[in-house]
Structure formats: structure tokens, C-alpha cells
Design a protein around this ligand. Structure first.
Ligand SMILES: Cc1cc2nc3c(=O)[nH]c(=O)nc-3n(C[C@H](O)[C@H](O)[C@H](O)COP(=O)(O)OP(=O)(O)OC[C@H]3O[C@@H](n4cnc5c(N)ncnc54)[C@H](O)[C@@H]3O)c2cc1C
Length: 448
């Protein structure tokens, strides 16, 4: 006897996406979440056109758009003295970004899952797994302030985030590939009266500091600072003071953008983050979203990947006539390989992007090139929507051209630049080897 075809633990981005795909295909799916929605969570929430296309594929974009976040058809990147602005290539006809606070975004996903026919049980925590004949066969749950009971299903999907209970219970919590993130995240919301600027998602870098301003719903702008990890101790001791000081003294471009804006929230933070891949499929179980794979928030890929691979997991399972019969584990393993094929290179690119290296001569040349050529800016933004691979924009001839220009510029510390370029080239080669080794292991084509 089973209670559902699939039980999903966690009902935000990954869990709702999987639930929507399964329910649409007529499968009985129960998603449980310890939260009650609407419920905020520690996460900023910029979505590039590629992420919005995933919301549209799930049928959730209209609900999300109704929350009123302004469309962001432009992106800007600025270092001292150079500002580049550009637009996006369209993904499924969508050529803008959106920044939507998580309480509203996640509720819209839960509502879409319910409308598709999924059952979502809120305030319900998974505390254990059931097993039968060496397979996961369901979960034990605890209702907040209420009863405990079991839910039986031939497949259990852990969509329960970075501290995944399911990952721990199946013995997959230790990642097989991981990197400590180079920066911490501290963010707050500002009332923002600058209407014309509310169409632009902006980033500033100065020294080793990085800050962003993303206009969002509620007439607010989300301001995320990503100081080098080494500043975490100070931020933890005095979050508000360090946050305000960083804007005023270390990122004057961002300070200028916020003139006339008023901070309307406390400072939220996440530090000591680790990016990783966990083994994400086994007999009767899978880990999707952050439960199986996490990337440094610096490139804002997490929501998109959670939605995409949640949906793909649901669709793959829905393709099987009977989830209690054989074939489930092969489908789960195939789904995991696809996720890794699509995410491995993005993982290394994000790791490099999130390093706390100070702005250097190569960054200056890159920003000048982006400023001079809006089409190149769009090409670089295409990486964020995952339209192209990072290596297709950061080509060797481009890197060589910027290096040559930087070497010719007076005042460049040439030995330091050459050391940096040599390190970057070495790392890019190593990354390609590592990605290709894994792709080969999975039987995929390798990258050139
Ligand atoms: C500081 C920060 C900033 C970020 N900024 C961005 C950004 O700008 N853009 C972007 O795309 N991504 C961003 N990300 C990444 C993004 O937050 C995640 O990738 C995304 O939330 C993953 O969704 P998920 O559904 O996998 O997990 P989560 O959103 O973590 O949801 C997991 C759910 O599981 C539930 N749960 C956990 N354990 C149990 C249990 N035992 N029983 C029942 N329920 C359980 C939780 O209550 C929660 O609701 C950021 C992340 C961080 C940390």
C-alpha cells in the first residue's frame, strides 16, 4: 500500500517544480515542508531570463509577475572609472531579469503546484525514512504541534535545501566535489524612489569589494554586499555598521546609487558557504535543488537550477508507466548525469567569479571592452542565462587581447599581471580537464 507515487521533502523552488511536473502528468504527489507559506528564507532572489523561462515552463510566471517586481531589461557592471550597460538575449521570448522576494515567489510556486493537482502539506517535517528491500520506501513525518505518521511511496525526492535531512539519512551528505566560497553575503532592502534606475540590475566592484542593487517587488531594492570571506568576523560582530560602512566608504558607486534611498530592513547574512555536488540519486531516492548541488550565489544560478532540474526530474519520473516497477533507479541516475553535465562548468565558472580577488588590470580591460561593445556585454550576460558556456565568451584570443592591452597601459604592474594571467590560464585548463573527465565517466561528449 502506498500513499503517493512520489513524496517530495521541501516545497520551494526544487520541490514545487518537481511536484508540478508530476501532478501535471497525473501522478499522485505529496510535498511536505516544515515551513508555512508565505515564508521568507535566507536567499537573495535575482532571476535572469533563463530562470524566468523555467518559471514560464512550470506555468508559474504569471503568478510571479503579479507580485509586481519591475522588469529589469538592463544590467550594468561598474568598476572605478568604467561602467558597462547592456541588455539580454531572449530566452523563450523573455529578455528581462526579475528580482522577487522569496516569500511571494515560493508561495506562487506552491500555489501553482496545488493548482496542478499536487498535495502540499505545510508545517510538516520529515524526521526519518522508511525502507524496504534495500530501497527508500517513504518518510516519517512530524506535524508541527501535532501527530507523527508515515507516508509510503516508491520514490522519495529530497528538495530540502543545503542542510538536507534526506541527504543525511541516505548517507549522501558529504559532497564528492566542493569549494569554499570566497565571499560572504549580506543584504538588506531599501525604499527606492529612483524610477528610471528601477529597470537596471547593477553590480559594482572596487578593490576586493562587490555589491549589487536589484530593484524588486514592494517598491524596494535589494542591496547585496559580498565582502571577502576574511571580513566575516567583523560583519558578524557589527552587521549593520559594517554593511553601512562598506556602502559609504568602500563602494562609493553603490553609495551614489542609493542616495535618497532609505534602508527598510535589518541586514540578513550568510557566510562560510560551500559550493558542492552530492551523489544525488540512489535506490528509490533523489536529491534535487540545493539538497544535491549548490553554487556560490555570486552568479545567481540557484533558483534557475532548482526549478529546471526539479521539473526535469518530475518529467523523467512521469515518463515511467509504473513507479513501483523496475526502471526507476535508471531514470534517476540518468537525470543526475544530465544535471551534472549541464552544471559542472557553471560550478567552476561561479567559483572563479566568486573569488575575492581585487579588481585588476584584466578586469579593467574587460569592462572597457564590454562598455565599447553592447553586443559583447549581451554575450557575457548570455552565460548567466546559460545560453552559452562560459568558455564560449571568455575565449583565449579575448583573454590574450585584454592582456596585451593591459601590458601596454602605463602604470600596470606587469609581473603581477603575467602571474595572474598564468594562474587563470592554468586554472581554466585544469577545470576543462576535470569537467571532461567527469563527462567521459558519464558517457557524454567532452568540451573543447
Ligand atoms: C545568501 C544567498 C543568496 C542567494 N541568492 C540567489 C539569487 O540571487 N538568485 C538565485 O537564483 N539563487 C540564489 N541563491 C540560491 C537559492 O537560494 C537556492 O539555490 C534555492 O533556494 C534552492 O531552492 P531549493 O528548493 O532547492 O531549496 P530551499 O529554497 O532551501 O528550500 C528547501 C525547503 O525544504 C524545507 N525543509 C528542509 N528540511 C526539511 C524537512 N526535514 N522536512 C520538511 N521540509 C524541510 C525547508 O523548510 C525549505 O522550505 C542564494 C542563496 C543564498 C544562501
Amino acid at each position: 500500500m502506498t500513499d503517493a507515487d512520489v513524496v517530495i521533502v521541501g516545497a520551494r523552488c526544487a520541490g514545487s517544480a518537481a511536484a508540478i511536473a508530476l501532478a501535471r502528468a497525473g501522478r499522485k504527489v505529496i510535498a511536505v515542508d516544515s515551513a508555512r507559506f508565505p515564508s521568507p528564507t535566507i536567499s537573495t532572489h535575482l532571476m535572469w531570463p533563463g530562470g524566468l523561462a523555467e518559471l514560464a515552463r512550470l506555468g508559474a510566471l504569471d503568478r510571479v509577475a503579479a507580485l509586481g517586481a519591475p522588469r529589469l531589461p538592463l544590467a550594468s557592471v561598474e568598476i572605478p572609472g568604467v561602467r558597462a550597460v547592456g541588455g539580454y538575449s531572449a530566452v523563450d521570448g523573455i529578455s528581462y531579469a526579475l528580482c522577487v522576494r522569496r516569500a511571494g515567489l515560493d508561495l506562487a510556486l506552491v500555489e501553482t503546484a496545488r493548482a496542478a493537482g499536487a498535495e502540499v502539506r505545510e508545517g510538516t517535517r520529515v524526521t526519518g525514512l522508511l525502507s524496504a528491500e534495500g530501497r527508500v520506501a517513504g518518510v516519517e513525518v512530524n506535524e508541527r504541534g501535532g501527530r507523527s505518521y508515515a507516508l509510503r511511496a516508491p520514490v522519495v525526492v529530497g528538495a530540502d535545501g543545503r542542510r538536507s535531512t534526506v541527504a543525511r539519512l541516505v548517507g549522501a551528505a558529504d559532497p564528492y566535489l566542493s569549494r569554499r566560497d570566497g565571499r560572504a553575503c549580506y543584504y538588506a532592502y531599501f525604499a527606492d524612489p529612483h524610477e528610471p534606475l528601477r529597470a537596471v540590475a547593477s553590480q559594482w566592484r572596487q578593490g576586493a569589494e562587490l555589491g549589487t542593487a536589484f530593484p524588486c517587488d514592494g517598491g524596494l531594492t535589494l542591496v547585496l554586499l559580498m565582502p571577502p570571506d576574511a571580513r566575516t568576523t567583523d560583519f558578524r560582530k557589527y552587521p549593520e555598521k559594517e554593511y553601512d560602512r562598506t556602502i559609504d566608504e568602500l563602494l562609493p558607486g553603490l553609495g551614489e546609487r542609493l542616495r535618497g534611498c532609505a534602508r527598510r530592513s535589518r541586514v540578513f547574512g550568510a557566510a562560510g558557504l560551500e559550493s558542492y555536488f552530492r551523489v544525488s540519486a540512489g535506490p528509490g531516492w533523489a536529491l534535487v535543488g540545493d539538497a544535491g548541488h549548490f553554487k556560490d550565489p555570486v552568479t545567481a544560478q540557484g533558483i534557475r537550477d532548482a526549478l529546471r532540474f526539479g521539473r526535469l526530474l518530475g518529467e523523467s519520473l512521469a515518463g515511467l508507466p509504473d513507479l513501483s516497477a523496475g526502471g526507476v533507479d535508471a531514470v534517476l541516475a540518468q537525470w543526475e548525469r544530465r544535471r551534472d553535465r549541464e552544471c559542472l562548468e557553471a560550478f567552476y565558472w561561479t567559483d572563479r567569479t566568486g573569488r575575492a580577488d581585487p579588481v585588476g588590470p584584466l578586469d579593467v580591460e574587460m569592462h572597457r571592452a564590454l562598455r565599447a561593445d553592447p553586443a559583447l556585454m549581451t554575450r557575457f550576460l548570455d552565460i548567466y542565462s546559460r545560453i552559452i558556456r562560459p568558455a564560449e565568451a571568455l575565449t583565449t584570443p579575448r583573454l590574450a587581447g585584454w592582456t596585451a592591452r593591459a601590458l601596454l597601459r602605463s602604470g600596470t604592474d606587469r609581473p603581477a599581471l603575467l602571474r595572474f594571467v598564468a594562474r587563470t590560464v592554468r586554472e581554466l585548463q585544469q577545470e576543462r580537464k576535470q569537467v571532461n573527465r567527469r563527462l567521459l565517466r558519464y558517457g557524454h561528449e567532452t568540451h573543447r
